[in-house]
Ligand binder design. Structure first.
Ligand SMILES: C[S@@+](CC[C@H](N)C(=O)[O-])C[C@H]1O[C@@H](n2cnc3c(N)ncnc32)[C@H](O)[C@@H]1O
Length: 368
């Protein structure tokens, strides 16, 4: 089963998320190839039709319809499978991950003509600014009926996008929930990524020891993962309760605790995914010594929390940490010190930030 994943703005993070997801889904990635923000993967079992909803860093997913050398692909582009609508008008686009784009486009146009379809090519004119500065194009028109893709040089893959991220429902659950805390909130996108990186599966228990008003909890519950949320702020716990109530989640699937996570007790959980306090929201680039102070404070806090819970957690511990702009560079916390004081191992670290953000995130994935 071969698929194309069109990745979001942080390619390294999205890729890690996709691999982690398939690892936990026991649907191993057998082969993969990446070009710009296109990730072509072969997995052992077919994907569900709503798979894209489980990812925070994936724009769309397409199915490979034909692969081979250029001739095989040109001759093999299927007829009926190309357009699933009715009528004879079609607006389409072709994602370009190959130098064979021109040949494939010519053949597509011929096919549409032969099938008496009035097909109009819509260019990818929207823009995503990727982390690292590059711009990638995405469809800007909502009037596109079908998106096709061509990927690869020696071996070429042609296919059709079959699942798209539903941004409107993501935005709705972010903006419409009863309690929002603009400055402290984590987006549903990043929340889903942390959940996937933690390797947690449905019916297992996820702990968020800095749950705030519950963005990570809500995204986990949507995926049928049970959750425990802890926050030392009474108002945050009350906000989380209102939000989870609003989502109508089954009350037996979550537990909210208003306590300091360096002391709170839990029975057990399978993984942690959390966004602790990342320090003050800064409007000006700080002095190095002030950034160091924030980082040290963070290190001391996270060490206490990990040491409090580590014996109750069977799987991974995933947390964000401040990644602070100092001059032209960014500084991060001393992960070696955290590992030494907790006895955990680093699986990987991935930065997540926007150019104009002074405090970005460094995401750490640890295990025992
Ligand atoms: C960045 S916010 C978490 C945001 C959350 N992911 C959300 O979307 O609402 C960090 C939270 O950690 C809480 N917190 C800070 N120190 C804590 C501690 N020692 N124990 C428990 N909660 C703590 C704060 O009250 C705050 O609500």
């Amino acid at each position: 089963m071969k698929y194309l994943f069109v990745l979001g703005r942080n390619i390294e993070l999205s890729k890690a998320e996709v691999f982690s997801y398939f690892e936990k889904a026991k649907n191993p990635v057998l082969e993969s190839e990446i070009d710009k923000n296109g990730l072509l993967i072969e997995v052992a079992n077919p994907l569900e039709n709503n798979s894209v909803d489980f990812f925070g860093g994936v724009i769309s997913i397409g199915k490979v319809l034909v692969s081979g050398n250029l001739n095989e692909v040109l001759n093999g582009i299927p007829k009926g499978d190309l357009y699933s609508g009715t009528g004879n008008k079609l607006n389409y686009t072709l994602w370009d991950f190959s130098k064979n784009y021109g040949e494939i486009l010519k053949t597509l146009k011929e096919k549409f003509r032969n099938e008496k379809l009035k097909a109009t090519l819509k260019h990818l004119t929207g823009n995503v600014k990727m982390q690292g500065g590059k711009n990638f194009e995405i469809p800007s028109s909502k009037l596109i009926d079908e998106e096709y893709f061509v990927f690869g040089e020696e071996k070429i893959y042609f296919g059709k996008i079959s699942q798209r991220c539903d941004y409107s429902s993501l935005e709705k659950r972010d903006m419409k929930k009863p309690v929002r805390r603009e400055s402290l909130a984590i987006s549903p996108r990043v929340a889903k990524i942390l959940i996937n990186l933690s390797g947690i599966k449905s019916d297992e228990v996820l702990l968020d020891p800095f749950c705030g008003v519950g963005a990570i909890l809500q995204e986990a519950l949507i995926q049928k993962i049970k959750v425990i949320g802890i926050d030392k702020d009474k108002n945050a716990i009350s906000g989380a309760r209102q939000n989870l109530d609003w989502f109508k989640f089954d009350k037996k699937d979550y537990e909210l605790i208003n306590e300091d996570s360096s002391k709170a007790k839990i029975l057990e959980a399978n993984a942690i995914a959390t966004e602790p306090d990342l320090g003050e929201t800064l409007k000006k680039i700080p002095q190095k010594k002030d950034a160091q102070k924030t980082l040290e404070k963070f290190e001391n806090l996270i060490v206490k929390i990990i040491n409090n819970f580590k014996n109750k957690i069977s799987g991974r511990i995933v947390f964000t940490s401040p990644y602070i702009r100092v001059g032209k560079k960014r500084v991060k916390c001393d992960i070696e010190k955290i590992l030494e004081k907790t006895g955990l191992n680093l699986i990987y670290e991935i930065p997540e930030f926007r150019e104009n953000q002074i405090v970005g995130r460094m995401i750490y994935v640890l295990d025992k």
